[in-house]
Design a binder for this molecule. Structure first.
Ligand code: ADP
Ligand code: ADP
Length: 224
């Protein structure tokens, strides 16, 4: 499955051209979306996550028309937004259980197994009974990945996940991302070149809504 974005443009009502003719092909594996603040990264990710509309252009994920068939996208999407909010008094385990119910995993046994597996995968099993409000920044981001993986997504979008993490938590978070199956398309937006260098097999640089360059990190970064 490939994600093909073609000539995607978006101008906000105040005149800001957030995306200008963005064309990109994204294959399974980790795709790094680099760019300074204001480059259009969040706009692109929110558009792909069906949370906002583009003005023109197209995007397809396999057979899915991403801009039109929002329900189909949401069935295969995992999304960790930049401003990921939590219910501070609820435990990690209880919230994942609740989200799993919403996802339609109706059998209690299956739900418990799925939640335990995700808590293990994200190294949060020991903290599963603790209220989310007591979590560190790194734990919060790992929990964000756990919730994003609940539905076994084909497309996982993570927006600036390592901003504000300390070096140890950043490495932990990188290891978690690196463990996600190779058949999933993972789009990681960041302004840190090293994130892309360490993790990604494909990348693009966005600036003022335009794709400055795209390719394999080794080669592309040398052209920056
Ligand atoms: P970042 O630049 O860190 O990615 P965003 O641009 O996503 O942050 O901004 C956070 C929120 O503020 C979003 O909901 C976005 O739509 C809104 N926002 C950002 N810039 C503007 C702006 N110039 N006018 C109105 N809303 C804005
Ligand atoms: P990034 O995620 O790379 O920081 P964004 O997509 O958040 O970039 O923003 C791209 C541009 O669009 C910025 O100039 C930002 O201020 C502007 N912008 C973002 N959201 C809004 C909004 N809701 N209304 C107006 N301008 C916005």
């Amino acid at each position: 499955m490939e994600l093909r974005i073609q000539n995607l443009s978006k101008r906000y009502p105040n005149g800001t051209q957030a995306l200008a003719d963005v064309t990109l092909t994204v294959r399974p594996g980790m795709f790094g979306l680099l760019g300074p603040n204001g480059a259009g990264k969040s706009t692109l990710m929110r558009t792909l996550a069906t949370l906002q509309e583009a003005d023109s252009g197209s995007a397809t994920l396999g057979n899915i028309d991403v801009l039109r068939d929002k329900d189909a996208v949401r069935r295969v999407l995992g999304y960790l937004p930049q401003d990921f909010g939590l219910y501070p008094k609820v435990s990690a385990e209880d919230l994942l259980e609740h989200l799993a119910t919403l996802k339609g995993i109706s059998q209690a046994k299956e739900r418990k197994a799925r939640v335990s597996a995700l808590l293990n995968q994200t190294n949060l099993y020991a903290a599963r009974k603790k209220p989310l409000g007591s979590f560190s920044g790194g734990m919060r981001q790992r929990f964000g990945i756990a919730q994003a993986l609940l539905g076994n997504p084909q497309l996982l979008i993570v927006d600036e996940p390592t901003a504000g993490l300390d070096p140890e938590e950043r490495v932990r978070f990188h290891n978690l991302l690196a463990d996600i199956g190779q058949d999933v398309i993972v789009i990681l937006s960041t302004h840190i070149v090293a994130d892309v260098h360490e993790l990604c097999s494909q990348m693009a640089v966005l600036d003022k809504g335009r794709v400055l360059l795209a390719g394999e990190p080794q080669e592309a970064i040398s052209r920056l």
